[in-house]
Design a protein around this ligand. Structure first.
Ligand SMILES: *Cc1c(COP(=O)(O)O)cnc(C)c1O
Length: 369
């Protein structure tokens, strides 16, 4: 009998991927970093590939190797490696890498020489995000060095890419200016003799709102998991994750009884309290104290008092709730339960963080349906 679980509907992931595929002529790279946004990288990768994605994207080398160890042979790009990370291991495992500086280019080339194979490389340009990527002023030098590296046979520049700062605000002028700079960067790369077949800049929000940003490949993240990349806009996606727990204990308490550390909640009348065995270790932030929405007994309630490390309390009034009943923290919303977007609202964060918080916790086993 489970105590708490994250139930993952792989059919929802397949449906979301298929929808995106049908709306673009670009290849779809399923982004399964951060353990598939908390849904499990390997099962999500398999589901996405079945549904039409042709590539996978992750941040770190260990995330890429996890996919290879699971026997997944589809192309994988890993875009965030620190200096000294074993590029040769990536090249040997047929993992595509990114470079945004001469140093990174040299590391990739050296790794390829070590294993005697050609590294498949994506050059990243900073078109305005100010995070990863080469600055425009350094771009010409980088693409020329990459062209020289290609001539050795150990590096093949297969991609040129960038990332948006404000794609979740479709009207933001930065989107157009980033696309202009991206077009310029592609021209410079072509002039240097590079022939990348994977030009990519679009994440979920741009996939859904900027067809002119699709190029050859789109990088599909949060929308694949069924959540909207643009707060308040409904794209008809199906959320894949439901987090729930069984009530451990219920009891009657008199009016005026305090609840949990600090007694920040007081029962206004004699009431039934229900103890739910999930806490901040499980990814339920303490900031959800007195605000987090939870459905129990068919009714949406608000967490009463502080969230503790392992547990929290719901004030159920005179409702008929019992130990063993199922409390739903969030799900697709089919039965009126809260959604990850509702949680994002009360926690003043984005749905991405809600998913990754809950989805990777050791005490909440994932169950696939
Ligand atoms: C996480 C990530 C994505 C996916 O973004 P979504 O908004 O979830 O679609 C795409 N590209 C890069 C570089 C990322 O880090």
């Amino acid at each position: 009998m489970w105590q708490a679980e994250a139930s993952i509907e792989l059919g929802a992931i397949r449906a979301n991927v298929a929808r995106v595929c049908s709306g673009t002529s670009a290849e779809v790279m399923a982004v399964v970093k951060a353990d598939g946004y908390g849904h499990g990288a390997v099962p999500v990768a398999r589901a996405a590939l079945e549904a039409g994605a042709t590539r996978l994207g992750v941040a770190t080398l260990s995330e890429a190797l996890e996919l290879r160890d699971a026997g997944i042979t589809a192309p994988v790009l890993a875009w965030l490696l620190a200096p000294g990370q074993p590029r040769e291991q990536a090249v040997a495992a047929d993992v595509e890498l990114s470079a945004a500086s001469l140093t990174e280019l040299a590391e990739v080339a050296a790794g390829a020489v070590t294993v005697g194979r050609t590294a498949r490389l994506h050059l990243k340009v900073d078109t305005g995000l100010g995070r990863g990527g080469a600055q425009p002023r350094d771009w010409l030098e980088l693409v020329e060095a990459a062209a020289k590296a290609e001539a050795t046979g150990f590096v093949e520049v297969v991609g040129v890419w960038s990332h948006f700062a404000c794609s979740d605000e479709p009207e933001h002028p930065a989107n157009d200016s980033q696309l202009e700079r991206f077009a310029w960067a592609l021209d410079v790369a072509a002039t240097a003799g590079l022939r990348p077949t994977q030009r990519h800049i679009a994440n979920s929000a741009a996939i859904l709102t900027r067809p002119d940003a699709h190029y050859d490949v789109v990088r599909l993240g949060v929308a694949m998991y069924g959540l909207t990349p643009i707060a308040g806009r409904d794209f008809g996606l199906r959320p894949a994750m439901t987090v729930r727990a069984r009530v451990a204990l219920t009891k009657r308490v008199p009016a005026g009884h305090g609840v949990s550390y600090g007694l920040t909640y007081t029962a206004p009348a004699e009431t039934t309290l229900a103890l739910v065995p999930l806490g901040y270790f499980d990814g339920l932030p303490r900031a959800a104290s007195n605000v987090g929405p939870v459905q129990l007994g068919g009714v949406r309630r608000t967490i009463a008092g502080r969230v503790a490390m392992d547990q929290f309390v719901l004030d159920c009034g005179d409702d008929d709730v019992h130990a063993g009943d199922i409390a739903v923290l969030f799900g697709p919303g089919d039965d009126g339960e809260p959604t990850a977007d509702d949680w994002a609202d009360v926690l003043h964060t984005i749905n991405y963080e809600v998913l990754t918080n809950f989805g990777s916790q050791r005490r909440i086993p994932r169950v696939y349906r």
